[in-house]
Design a protein around this ligand. Structure first.
Ligand SMILES: Nc1ncnc2c1ncn2[C@@H]1O[C@H](COP(=O)(O)OP(=O)(O)O)[C@@H](O)[C@H]1O
Ligand SMILES: [Mg+2]
Length: 170
């Protein structure tokens, strides 16, 4: 990841536009081999920030919440990395149809080799996708508060075993 994006930080995102903007800044800094883990409950803004990341990377194709697709690849512009958008919701416990062997299913996607010339952004991937890269950026998204419309984003880098500050979740 380029230095243009701080390795750790926190920002209040008052509206959807602000979530896109943070994503765009992050996307501009992402390089091939980077891994971003997005955590937070349903509706926290994980897909929204991924849309901003896609814009910042200049990749092709619309970023959506894939219900049946686990990973979608967005080719990058000439000479720039592509984006692999992983939605691990169906691989993990939150979904009643969650896979019995999520690690096996993840391995079957062969993201490790595909990630050489792409950046990987994973929703619901905490505790599962960290194995794909030596270091990763964890972004936690949550609602600003009971009376607030906005979201709060906190991010930091973590090592291969997840992060030691909190148990990986979401
Ligand atoms: N900072 C924000 N403030 C208010 N609403 C937001 C913000 N960021 C995203 N949203 C909205 O939240 C909704 C759910 O976002 P989404 O990205 O699909 O969540 P997730 O992928 O985490 O389930 C969308 O309608 C989106 O426009
Ligand atoms: Mg989503």
């Amino acid at each position: 990841m380029k230095d243009s994006f701080p390795a750790a930080g926190e920002r209040f995102l008052p509206d959807t536009e602000a979530t896109w903007e943070l994503g765009e800044e992050l996307g501009e800094a992402l390089e091939a081999g980077d891994l971003v883990v997005l955590r937070g409950p349903l509706g926290a803004g994980k897909t929204t920030i991924t849309q901003g990341i896609a814009r910042g990377m200049g990749v092709r194709g619309r970023v959506t919440s894939p219900t049946f697709i686990i990973a979608r690849e967005h080719p990058g512009p000439k000479g720039r990395p592509g984006l692999i958008h992983v939605d691990a919701y169906r691989l993990l416990g939150e979904d009643p149809d969650a896979a019995a062997d999520p690690i096996g299913e993840l391995d079957a996607l062969d993201l490790e080799s595909r990630a050489e010339d792409s950046a990987v952004v994973a929703e619901w991937g905490g505790g599962l996708v960290e194995r794909l890269a030596e270091r990763h950026l964890v972004v936690d998204l949550e609602r600003g508060g009971p009376d607030e419309e906005g979201r709060r984003a906190r991010w930091r880098t973590g090592g291969p075993g997840g992060d030691n500050e909190r148990a990986a979740a979401g």
